[in-house]
Ligand binder design. Structure first.
Ligand code: URP
Ligand code: ZN
Ligand code: ZN
Length: 461
């Protein structure tokens, strides 16, 4: 099956060009001046539209157990929602529970995902139990194409690792060329602040933000960077939310250290004011790190421009307001941490283009090309070029839409962006040459998505 996407503006991380894109089967076979090819089995008219490499969301949590419940999107519903929003690859986190093996964890995540995804997918591994066996197993994970390992400086008693454990895992990563990803918040200090708040009867959702101040994200980020420096390990800071943490990353990068960071749309658009919404509505916005005061947002946008922030992922981790967020009605520390967003990342970042915060090329770079490079998928993913997978988004920059739980496709009963007006909309999405979304209709299927055995990070080779 040959598909010709014609008359569009191809946007890669290197710039834009008026070009036609010819797809044969699962692969892009030509990017040519307009009109060079005229025949194909299927023609997509992209006049007035952008033609982008499919989005890559390198941070999702489908069906993830957390705080006595499980995130509400399955691999099927979550990957379908992703496709609706122009994301054609996700990298999800397999979560090692203490006392279990990495291999059984990986098996469990394959059981959940294999045969159920509508788009391609890979895994990172969350290491929560650092011991001799786990450290050996990290090598087997790398062999299996899972070569990035997330660790937690937060959540003592659950996912938390001590500095010594982090150091051991970082040494291992240095040996194998794999990447350590860090949830950088000082969990020990936070737990103390949480205990004081609860003892004083401060139980409402905004306390989640108040007890996790930006200084404690900055401190943990700085500490993670020093541990990485001592061991020579590359480091990727996940879901960076605060100016304090960004300053630590920028300083390390200026000094030439292999430190990278991602932020998420919620930190660019939402704030602690949302967490403070009355009648428990703030629970919808509980995620860690928490939403910050609005003035952090300009710094994050600037970080995206200067490349101190290299990637935008969603940290998609949806919990329904009615029966899941409710678990913490009388105690904010029991509200499951996480927010929905996998469907809206490309649209929300496009607002950055509309507002002049990002160029078109940078939009594609932070949402597709860099995640592909960072996590060993480039040039198979992340670029419109001959030989690459035909993961393609035709995007209409002039369309208007309003985000709402009534119309989104994520399996969650609220939208964190309810009522937000968006300029731009996905019009057609191809995943490895198959049309999965077109003209407001879904044509994909669960099981089309393939597991990606990822190579090592290309910035480090
Ligand atoms: N971010 C969040 O609150 N939930 C998902 C787990 C994590 O990424 O730490
Ligand atoms: Zn995290
Ligand atoms: Zn996460």
């Amino acid at each position: 099956m040959r598909t010709l996407i014609r008359n569009g503006t191809v946007v890669n991380s290197t710039g834009t060009v008026a070009a036609d894109v010819l797809v044969d089967g699962e692969t892009i076979v030509a990017v040519t001046a307009p009109g060079v090819f005229t025949e194909a089995d299927r023609i997509v008219d992209a006049s007035g539209k952008y033609v982008l490499p499919g989005g890559i969301d390198a941070h999702t949590h489908m069906e993830m157990p957390f705080g006595g419940t499980v995130s509400a999107d399955s691999f099927e519903t979550g990957t379908k929602a992703a496709a609706w929003g122009g994301t054609t690859t996700i990298v999800d986190f397999a979560v090692q529970q203490k006392g279990t093996l990495l291999q059984s964890t990986l098996d469990k995540w394959h059981e959940k995902a294999d045969g159920n995804c509508a788009i391609d997918y890979g895994f990172h591994m969350i290491v929560s139990d650092v011991n001799d066996t786990t450290l050996k197993e990290m090598d087997a994970c790398v062999e299996a194409g899972v070569n990035s390992f997330k660790m937690f400086m937060a959540y003592p008693g659950a996912l938390y690792s001590t500095d010594g454990e982090i150091l051991r895992a970082m040494r291992k990563a240095t040996e194998s060329g794999s990447t350590i990803m860090m949830h950088a918040e000082n969990g020990i200090a936070i737990d103390e602040l949480v205990a004081v708040a609860l003892a004083e009867g401060r139980t409402e959702p905004v306390q989640h933000g108040i007890t996790r101040p930006p200084e404690l994200e900055g401190e943990a980020t700085h500490r993670a960077i020093q541990l990485a420096k001592v061991t020579g390990a590359p480091l990727y800071i996940v879901h960076l939310s605060a100016r304090h943490a960004l300053e630590a990353v920028a300083e390390a990068r200026d000094a030439g250290q292999n430190v990278f960071a991602e932020t998420c749309p919620q930190y660019l658009y939402l704030s602690i004011e949302d967490l403070a919404k009355p009648e428990f509505e703030g629970a919808k916005y509980v995620a860690s790190p928490p939403l910050r005061p609005k003035d952090h947002q300009a710094d994050l946008w600037k970080g995206l421009r200067t490349n101190d922030l290299s990637v935008v992922s969603t940290d998609h981790c949806p919990f329904c307001f009615k029966d899941q967020k409710e678990l913490g009605r009388d105690d904010f520390s029991k509200i499951p941490n996480g927010m929905p967003g996998v469907e809206h990342r490309m649209d929300l970042l496009h607002q950055g283009v509309v507002a002049g915060e990002l160029t078109l090329a940078r939009w594609v770079e932070v949402s597709s090309t860099t995640p592909a490079r960072m996590f060993g998928m480039y040039p198979r993913k992340g670029v419109i070029a001959p030989g690459s997978d035909a993961d393609i988004v035709v995007y209409d920059p002039a369309a208007k839409q309003t985000l709402s739980a009534e119309t989104h496709h994520m399996n969650v009963d609220y939208s964190a962006y309810e009522g937000m007006e968006i300029t731009g909309r996905v019009s057609t999405v191809l995943s490895r040459g198959e049309i999965v979304v077109d003209g407001g209709e879904f044509h994909g299927r669960a099981g089309h998505g393939r597991f990606l055995r990822r190579d090592l990070c290309q910035y480090l080779s």
